[in-house]
Every structure is written in structure tokens, then in C-alpha cells.
Design a protein around this ligand. Structure first.
Ligand code: SF4
Length: 254
């Protein structure tokens, strides 16, 4: 079922009210990725692309047991890393990237994870979203990462009409003070995972009463129901054919 996004943004007052509901709903929002230090978080975030945090959390203990720091991972053989992270998807590309990122850390940063955006984004496999997560989670910097949940929920709430993660980032960060950007990222992610799910948003359970997507979702569900019931019921001509008494035509011929 495709649920279109609202075509207009809500007013600033409504947007702030929506975000304030999410803030109250998820007061202790934090990353679901398990990590022990900045290096582990960086690698976990790279692995989490197109993969669930739960799956990454099942994988990283084995990876970090074998490669506990950047120096160890930088010296790893790609096929060995592939064997460990296979279940995270795109394992060839991810293995290549995390080894290259570790090499970049060793070569340019003494094996440590840098806190500046430019240095992070210069590492292989690290884009703006990954840099934002590392900066905001590890260094508590004012950064707002846009992943698939943040993108979807921001649109459904009418906070943005942006067609790229960067445009969504720009719109949402105008609505929240910088010291709350890193928290807002988690409010939207947790809401997207728990309630405002991609295929089936649970609007009746949602605390954001002013959301402009409520009627859109209701219409989408109603249309789906109508299509399903149309499929379940025999079509009128078919029913008529089955109901037509055999005798009506045969009687005349007799
Ligand atoms: S009301 Fe529905 S569409 Fe809007 S945020 Fe809540 S779950 Fe998502």
C-alpha cells in the first residue's frame, strides 16, 4: 500500500507541537546500536546501512572480538571480514569500506575517530548520515542524521517537502534548537519504528493528534479495503452467469 506524503508543510506552530509530543513520548531516546567506543560505533553505523540495528548488534561482538581496534581491522583480510559480517547485507562492499575506513583512521588520525565532519566524511564508506550519527552520539555535537525512518516520519508529519535527506535535514533543524538536534533524530527514528511504520502506520495508537497524514492514511486503508473486498466478492456478471437458471434458455428451445 502506497501512502502519499502531505503536499503541504504544517505551520511552524503545528510542527513544534508535533515535535514536542515526540519529545515527551521518547524522553530517553538513544541509538539502538551497541558499541563500547567511538571506533565501534563508527563501524556499527557503516554496517547498519540497509540492515537493522538488531542484526548489526548480533554481528559486531564477533567482529570486534577479532578486530578490537582500528589497527587490527586495518590489517584484516577482506574475505575474513566478509565471513563475519555476511548477514548484514552488501557484505563485500561493507567489508571493503570498514577495512579502508580503519586504514584511514590509522593513517590520518592515529587510530582514533575524528570529531570533525570533514575528517569523518573523508573516510571511505562514511557519508553525511554516518558522520552525523557519530558526531551526535559520540561527541554530542549538534548534528541531525536523516535515515529512512527520519525521512518518512518528517514527511508524514508535514515538517518538510524535501526530496533529499539533506533537504529534510535543513527543514527539520530549523524547527528544533541545535542542542536538541541529536535527540530529535532519535525521536523520529523511534516513532518510525514503533508507530509510524513504513507500510502500516498505526495512527489510532499515535499520540501526534495534529498529524496531517491521518486522513491520508485513513483514505489509503479505505481504498485498500475496498479493493480487497472487491476481489473477494464475485463480480456482477460472473455472479449473474452462475445464478442464471439453466431452464430459461433451454425452456424456449424445448
Ligand atoms: S498519525 Fe499516523 S501518519 Fe501521523 S505520525 Fe502518527 S502514525 Fe504516522
Amino acid at each position: 500500500m502506497t501512502i502519499p506524503f502531505p503536499k503541504r508543510k504544517v505551520t511552524r506552530a503545528v510542527a513544534e507541537a508535533e515535535l514536542s509530543v515526540l519529545e515527551r513520548t521518547y524522553p530517553h531516546a538513544e541509538t539502538a546500536l551497541e558499541y563500547g567506543n567511538p571506533f565501534e560505533l563508527l563501524i556499527a553505523v557503516i554496517l547498519s546501512a540497509q540492515c537493522t540495528d538488531a542484526r548489526v548488534n548480533l554481528t559486531t561482538p564477533f567482529l570486534f572480538a577479532r578486530y578490537p581496534d582500528a589497527a587490527a581491522l586495518a590489517a584484516a583480510k577482506q574475505e575474513d571480514v566478509e565471513g563475519i559480517i555476511k548477514s548484514c547485507g552488501f557484505f563485500r562492499m561493507k567489508s571493503k569500506n570498514i577495512i579502508a575506513a580503519a586504514q584511514g583512521l590509522v593513517k590520518n588520525h592515529g587510530g582514533e575517530v575524528p570529531s570533525e565532519r570533514a575528517a569523518l566524511e573523508a573516510l571511505p564508506g562514511v557519508g553525511r548520515k554516518t558522520a552525523n550519527v557519530v558526531m551526535s552520539v559520540v561527541f554530542e555535537a549538534a548534528a541531525f542524521a536523516v535515515d529512512t525512518h527520519v525521512f518518512r516520519v518528517s514527511h508524514r508529519l508535514g515538517l518538510t517537502l524535501g526530496t533529499t535527506p539533506r533537504a529534510v535535514e535543513t527543514d527539520v533543524t530549523k524547527l528544533v534548537p541545535p542542542e536538541k538536534w541529536r535527540h530529535a533524530h532519535h525521536w523520529l527514528i523511534l516513532h518510525g519504528r514503533a508507530i509510524c511504520k513504513a507500510p502500516t502506520p498505526l495512527c489510532p495508537q499515535c499520540p501526534v493528534s495534529m498529524c496531517p497524514s491521518r486522513p491520508i492514511v485513513a483514505r489509503a486503508f479505505a481504498a485498500k479495503l475496498k479493493t480487497a473486498s472487491g476481489r473477494a466478492r464475485p463480480s456482477a456478471p460472473a455472479a449473474a452467469t452462475r445464478r442464471r437458471p439453466k431452464s430459461s434458455s433451454t425452456a424456449r428451445t424445448r
